[in-house]
Design a protein around this ligand. Sequence first.
Ligand code: CU
Length: 177
Amino acid sequence: MTVQTVSLLLSAAAILILAAVFLRVRVLAHAVEDYAPVQGRAYRIRAIAFWLMLLVGLPISIWLLRDMPYEADATEAQIVNATAAQWYWELDREDVSLNRPVEFHVASMDVNHGFGIYDAAGRLVAQTQAMPGYVNRLVHKFDAPGTYRVLCLEYCGLAHHGMMAEVIVSETGGSDG
Ligand SMILES: [Cu+2]
């Protein structure tokens, strides 16, 4: 099962659960019930949710922050200037080397675009926004050689789907290493 299929199934499950909750609230909306026991139950659920969030949610959030691309070590980074425009990408180099950070400087000449890098299996490995008037910095270390595709992640007009570029990752990273 691909990552996309898993996220599709999880989203569908979450939507169904949410719909079921709304439906139940609608069905019970006119039921008359004594307030006090309901309140006690709700407070217990609230207390459990609070401690779950603190003891489980917080450590998971902190653990996930390890993968934040913005703080990655960019000393000796290979710099790639990537500019988006309707409807193409302009990369000033496309050969980079393996296991060394690549620092993408991403900008746009017109409207907002999404700069998404996909591996050969179609998995999104890194992404940032391409915005007019800003240069967004994205640091990524490629750990597998191959041809990666850059696609636009934000609908930007008629030929949005045609915005493609390539980043070729190899041991040597082309001529200038
Ligand atoms: Cu687009």
